[in-house]
Design a protein around this ligand. Structure first.
Ligand code: NI
Length: 164
């Protein structure tokens, strides 16, 4: 699969798909050529500035698998590397919440204020198949929580706070 073949599914086209729960991957799936190509294409897509976006879940390109790509602004604020999380599990660190603006490649033209944990821990498998335990905060933690929601069929518009 070349990156040209990646097509973002929007709520206008197929909200039913975006509401599906993504499946955890087996070791065999993680090591498969198909998943490796999918990950490569997702990284390419997100790395291409003209596509916009700071995170992308596999379900947004039509694959209900527990994988997402995210830009890690903690690693490099100006040129954030695109990182992959497979079978992620999130837990908040502390109970501080922050409200900030969000948007989504699958919901064109909309944005809204969403409340998220300020700091989280993510346990996940990286693209080389290694188990990783990593802490994130601020904008990167927000991106991760948004992408994690996609794996459960949850969209940011479900969580948008009423205008104050
Ligand atoms: Ni999104």
């Amino acid at each position: 699969m070349k990156k040209d073949e990646l097509k973002i599914v929007t709520v206008l086209e197929d909200e039913e798909l975006l509401r599906e729960k993504s499946s955890k991957l087996t070791v065999e799936q993680i090591e498969s050529e198909e998943v490796s190509q999918l990950i490569h294409a997702m990284k390419d897509y997100l790395s291409d500035e003209k596509n916009g976006g700071v995170g992308l879940a596999a379900i947004q390109v039509g694959r209900p698998l527990a994988i997402f790509a995210f830009k890690n602004f903690e690693a490099d604020r100006k040129n954030p590397p695109v990182q992959i999380a497979i079978n992620p599990q999130l837990s908040p660190i502390g109970d501080v919440m922050e409200t900030d603006k969000e948007a989504c490649l699958s919901i064109p033209g909309q944005e809204g204020q969403v409340c998220r944990y300020a700091r989280i821990r993510m346990r996940y498998v990286d693209e080389s198949g290694q188990k990783v335990n990593e802490n994130f905060e601020g904008f990167t933690a927000r991106i991760i929580q948004h992408e994690f929601d996609h794996l459960n069929g949850v969209l940011f518009t479900d969580k948008v706070e009423d205008d104050l």
